[in-house]
Design a protein around this ligand. Structure first.
Ligand code: FRU
Length: 463
């Protein structure tokens, strides 16, 4: 079945067919960027997980490779779950969780590795260590890095036997013998029932621990999605402990659809991809692309910057390669304006030079971005495709709103505010491909709007 123009995402990584979820194994190896992703090639349900694989030389145009890992052994027979990658001695190492459902229905998980010399064909090495004591079978998503002294560290998301979330850390000097060092972040506070996809980001001034806790209760503007992905700034110690405070946990993305992000570092830049979904099962089943035999996408790559304790997420400058022949339209903002999008692949930048009152931006008569000047807050509204009800997500900004950079596709939006101080990522589904208006009710505010038409590159070029 073909992907329809109504919903197909043409500059994001999507599966050729089937279901895509988390980004996995991000690496730069032999002059190419490698992105793997959770992939069910056999259907649009969460089953038969393999690692799909795409490569790129510019992080923008991607080429598909054949499936990298699929269930084949006793320790991964029911799914190759998420994990990370490292490059060592000219080999690409993938770390993943083998999912096993025993004949009696009991689930097991094994943390495994696979190695490749060409970045395309992988040899499985089997489980790395025994299942830790004191934890349920929900232990998964290994991420590995090397410290300055040459030691290897592996963190893995976990659930304690008292059904609270945790992250475990292991140490190795040879990538083969791994010793458990206990909890990565010592805490006695209950913070969700399971932590998925842990990641550690290193910066000169500090370190950042990213993870995806499940089961946090909604709290005002916060934790409005079924599960959250967030971070805390702190310090990784050579004892294997992360010193940080759960009370400072902050969501990475304030939109509706962002989960299970993963990062990698190339030439001093920390680049992150996320899974563009945060849907509950019912909403997921109602996504219209299921009729076309595919579902979900990864977010655009974002550079993560830590500056004076604040994390920024900036769309990569490489994304400018997508712009077709300069700016399509550039105008001063005046009271009420209507723009027509040249296509459904567009980047729209709004600079605000004078901001004294509320404004509203309505994209394709479907998504509304509201600025409240008294609160300095942004509220984003969309129609829920399952319930048909309007719903919103909201964030209060730390700094006065100065700019918005919005990546528009036929069924997704990524809204970067103040150079990535806050981001809203969301899906929306509109059948009418002719609906291409952007309405700006700007009031007395002043500024400029720039619209760029982006390549309809159908990002993924099949081999
Ligand atoms: C996160 C997650 C991971 C797991 C994978 C399975 O979305 O649940 O914890 O490894 O998806 O597809």
């Amino acid at each position: 079945m073909n992907k329809s123009d109504a919903y197909h995402l043409k500059y994001h990584i999507t599966p050729p067919y089937g279901l895509l979820n988390d980004p996995n194994g991000l690496a730069f190896f032999k002059h190419q960027y490698h992105v793997f992703y959770q992939w069910n090639p056999k259907g649009t349900e969460h089953r038969n997980k393999c690692w799909g694989h795409v490569v790129s030389s510019d992080l923008v145009h991607w080429q598909r490779k054949s499936v990298a890992l699929e269930p084949s052994e006793w320790y991964d027979k029911d799914g190759i779950y998420s994990g990370g990658a490292i490059v060592h001695q000219e080999k690409l190492y993938l770390f993943y969780t083998g999912n096993v459902i025993r004949d009696d229905g009991v689930k097991e998980s094994y943390q495994c590795a696979a190695i490749s010399e060409d970045g395309e064909h992988f040899q499985k090495m089997g489980p790395l260590f025994e299942h830790p004591k004191g934890y349920t079978r929900h232990v998964r998503d290994p991420k590995v890095w090397r410290d300055r002294n040459g030691s290897w560290w592996l963190i893995v998301g976990a659930q304690r036997e008292d059904l609270t979330g945790d992250t475990l850390i292991y140490k190795s000097t040879d990538l083969s013998v791994w010793e458990c060092q206990g909890s990565f972040l010592e805490h006695d506070r209950e913070f969700g029932y399971m932590w998925e996809c842990p990641d550690l980001l290193h910066f000169a001034e500090n370190d950042i621990f990213v993870f995806s806790p499940q089961g946090l209760p909604e709290a005002g503007e916060y934790y409005r999605n079924p599960n959250q992905s967030g971070y805390m700034v702190g310090k990784f110690m050579n004892t294997g402990k992360f010193i940080g405070n759960l009370a400072h946990f902050k969501e990475l993305d304030r939109g509706f659809d962002f989960y299970a992000p993963q990062s990698f570092k190339v030439n001093d830049r920390t680049i992150m991809f996320g899974w563009m979904s945060g849907m509950n099962e019912e909403a997921e089943r109602a996504v219209p692309t299921i009729q076309e035999g595919w579902i979900h996408a990864l977010t655009l790559p974002r550079e993560i910057v830590l500056s004076n304790g604040v994390l920024y997420q900036k769309p990569l400058p490489e994304l400018q390669l997508l712009r077709l022949e300069g700016v399509h339209s550039q105008k001063d903002i005046h009271k009420n304006g209507v723009w027509l999008l040249p296509s459904l692949q567009v980047e729209c930048i709004v600079h605000l030079s004078k901001l004294t009152e509320n404004f509203k931006m309505i994209i394709r008569n479907a998504v509304e971005i509201n600025y409240d000047s008294a609160e300095n807050s942004i509220t984003v509204w969309r129609t829920n495709w399952l319930t048909n009800q309007r719903e919103y997500r909201k964030a209060t900004l730390a700094n006065q709103l100065a700019d918005m950079q919005i990546f528009i596709e036929s069924s997704s939006l990524e809204i970067f505010l103040n150079e990535g101080e806050e981001v809203f990522t969301l899906r929306y589904f509109l059948e009418d491909t002719e609906q291409r208006t952007v309405v700006l009710e700007a009031g007395d505010n002043e500024g400029k709007i720039e619209i760029y038409q982006l390549q309809e590159c159908d990002v993924i070029i099949n081999p």
